[in-house]
Design a protein around this ligand. Structure first.
Ligand code: MIC
Ligand code: SF4
Length: 640
């Protein structure tokens, strides 16, 4: 068996491990973060479960730590109290980014982890089967329910050789993105093997599994070996170690070979993580801002490399450099060993250990700026400045770029050598609250916590106008933008609804409201990126009945179904060309059509023609969809 099959077979509670079939697996651990967490816990409460049923559930507060008004502080307090009351650990603001902290303190090889954040696969770097999902799926898992998913294909990524001077783990995943694209991983697990694996530390592996999310992959995973033991030991958690690897004769659906020694520093160009080119080919473009951090590249060794490059040098006078260490553990170590002083002396602006600029929480660049970041996403307008051009690179490339003020190829610079793995990390868990210590916590709901919309059972005839026709690769950052102005309203769906699809068409929301809802038409890979369920809840609030696309990203498709919105796929892509914004669509006898097959006939009423869409779902998912989503189905079952 490959490693995926080994872990899945140990967690299987329904179905068979056959690619394309629906399976159900037991979830051992969950994580939430604050911007998806409020919804997840509101939904968890509505499921009526007293204490979480998982081995470990953790609520992180890491995304919106600006607290620019009471709204955000209300969200934090709701999360803290609701989590502790129900047996969930709380990682307080300042403790770090959920994925970095989870890797350090909670990840256990061989277990399953479900997180309400698309980069949950980060812990695959430690041999966990870790998946991102919408808040509702995480709420169900916390209440003891299984996770249902389509059994993915398993891709073997064989790493050969070792990285050469100043080339990094980030360049490995950028190379995979260059080859496979942002849709190349949909329906697949990326399983890393080969002699090159042994040369990579756990944080380096985590950089790779983290950005596997940008491939659209279900998850990515590394074996658990002596490197993993060393990391766990340095975290004081050696007892969690167990060796794990694919069998020598394991079978895979696809195979890819990456020769590490042939890799050179790469960059993802605007506005997509797969628009990858060698840094040397892009050339020495002028750079106004450099941001180092995010859950992709904020580990201790990443920071030590940056500090080593900055030591004794100066940030270019026309460039701003920000650094956000991934966790308080990392920052504390940098402050003790002098690396922090090297960063400050060079002119870096050191930010809080949080997501920060990665989700547009501050540091929006100036008009038409070039911003070079060690992050994982450079989607259009995500930085908060629509005219900015964002490039994604390794910490080495970013640090040299900050010094020279132009995009700089680090392989042309002197070799940096740092201690890759400290013998002992500075473990201090006093920002993690244990639910056992807070048994009698009362849930506090400030005025920012608003009820969320729940759909009703699907009508027999589903009708509406096409409200918008979008291109390929629409991200959830397009559907429901997130930035410093909007993030405080993650628990206020009516407020957010005014901004739905605004980066594509600022009038969309008004049109949807005027029409009393309708359909969204889209190209391929609709809903890629974030797991935010708000990209389904807000359209639901606006009366969206269905999305007709060439294809969908996994998490967003699940979120649509969970909320009773039809995710239809054009059977013939030529029908995408024919359809126009404003066309009136009708699905006659929708319930019967969905129940009886895998396709649905849609009538373009004005156009006078019909076309076929694919809706190949399991019986369980069809039932959920027809009931109006998971919570509506639950309420119907309980006779509410
Ligand atoms: C992101 O990187 O886009 C986020 C913000 O972490 C999201 C979650 C969210 O929208 O709150 C994600 O990746 O799932
Ligand atoms: Fe936070 Fe950015 Fe990572 Fe999302 S991708 S979890 S916003 S650091």
């Amino acid at each position: 068996m490959n490693l995926t099959e080994k872990i899945l077979s140990a967690h299987l509670v329904g179905g068979r491990l056959v690619a394309g079939e629906e399976i159900a697996i037991k979830i051992d651990q969950t994580l939430t973060q604050d911007s998806t967490g409020t919804m997840a816990y509101l939904q968890f409460e509505s499921l009526g479960c007293d204490k979480v049923k998982t081995m470990r559930s953790v609520a992180y507060i890491d995304h919106n730590t600006l607290q620019s008004g009471f709204e955000n502080a209300d969200d934090h307090e709701y999360i803290r109290t609701v989590a502790l009351k129900h047996g969930v650990y709380v990682s307080k603001p300042g403790n770090g980014i959920c994925h970095q902290v989870h890797l350090e303190r909670f990840a256990v090889p061989g277990l399953t982890l479900l997180g309400s954040d698309s980069h949950t696969p980060t812990c695959g770097g430690m041999g966990m089967f870790a998946l991102g999902a919408g808040g509702l799926d995480v709420a169900v898992a916390m209440s003891g329910g299984a996770l249902h998913l389509t059994m993915p294909k398993v891709v073997k990524i064989e790493l050969k050789g070792r990285l050469v001077k100043n080339t990094a783990a980030k360049d490995i995943i950028l190379e995979v993105l260059r080859r496979l694209s942002v849709k190349g991983g949909v329906g697949k697990v990326m399983e890393y093997t080969g002699e090159g694996v042994k040369t990579l530390t756990v944080p380096e592996r985590a950089t790779i599994t983290n950005m596997g999310a940008e491939l659209g992959a279900t998850t990515s995973i590394f074996p658990c070996d002596e490197m993993t033991r060393e990391f766990l030991k340095a975290q004081g958690r050696e007892k969690d170690y167990r060796p794990l690897a694919a069998d020598g004769d394991a079978v895979y659906d696809e195979e890819i070979i990456v020769d590490l020694s042939a890799l050179r520093p790469l960059a993802a160009c605007p506005h997509s993580p797969d628009a990858v080119k060698p840094v040397s080919e892009i050339g020495k473009i002028k750079v106004h801002q450099v941001c180092i951090g995010s859950c992709t590249n904020s580990s201790y060794s990443d920071m030590m490399k940056v500090a080593a490059i900055l030591k004794g040098r100066k940030v270019h006078p026309e460039t701003s450099l920000t650094i956000s260490p991934g966790s308080r553990q990392v920052l504390a170590m940098l402050s003790r060993n002098g690396a922090l002083a090297d960063m400050l002396d060079a002119g870096a602006r050191v930010l809080e250990c949080a997501c920060g600029p990665c989700i547009g929480m501050g540091q929006s660049p100036k008009t038409n700026a070039v911003s070079v970041r060690t992050f994982n996403r450079n989607f259009y307008a995500r930085s908060g400045t629509a005219s900015a051009s964002v490039y994604l690179v390794s910490p080495e490339t970013a640090a040299y770029t900050a010094i020279y003020g132009v995009l700089t190829d680090p392989s042309q610079m002197p070799e940096i050598s740092i201690e890759q793995m400290p013998k002992r990390f500075a473990v201090n868990d006093n920002l993690i609250l244990r639910p056992d210590d807070f048994e009698n916590t009362e849930v506090e709901r400030g005025p920012n916590i608003k009820p969320f919309p729940v759909n009703t059972a699907m009508k027999n005839d589903v009708e509406g106008s096409v409200l918008i026709k979008c291109e390929d690769n629409i991200t959830t950052d397009h559907i429901m933008p997130s930035n410093a102005k909007l993030l405080p309203y993650r628990s206020n769906i009516p407020y957010l609804s005014d901004y739905c699809l605004a980066p594509v068409d600022p009038d969309f929301s008004e049109r949807a409201k005027k029409n009393g809802g309708g359909f969204i038409v889209a190209g391929a890979n609709y809903g890629q990126g974030s797991s935010r369920e708000h990209a389904a809840l807000v359209p639901l609030y606006l009366g969206i009945k269905g999305v007709i696309a060439k294809s969908f990203a996994r998490i967003h498709k699940d979120n649509l179904i969970n909320n009773g919105i039809l995710p239809l796929v054009f059977e013939n892509e030529s029908d995408y060309e024919k359809i126009g914004s404003g066309d009136r669509l009708k699905i006659t006898d929708a319930r019967r059509q969905i129940e009886s097959g895998d396709t649905v006939i849609v009538e373009n009423v004005g156009g006078g023609y019909k076309f076929k869409c694919v809706l190949a779902l399991s019986e369980r998912l069809k039932k959920t969809l027809l009931s109006g989503g998971v919570l509506a189905a639950n309420a119907a079952e309980n006779g509410k």
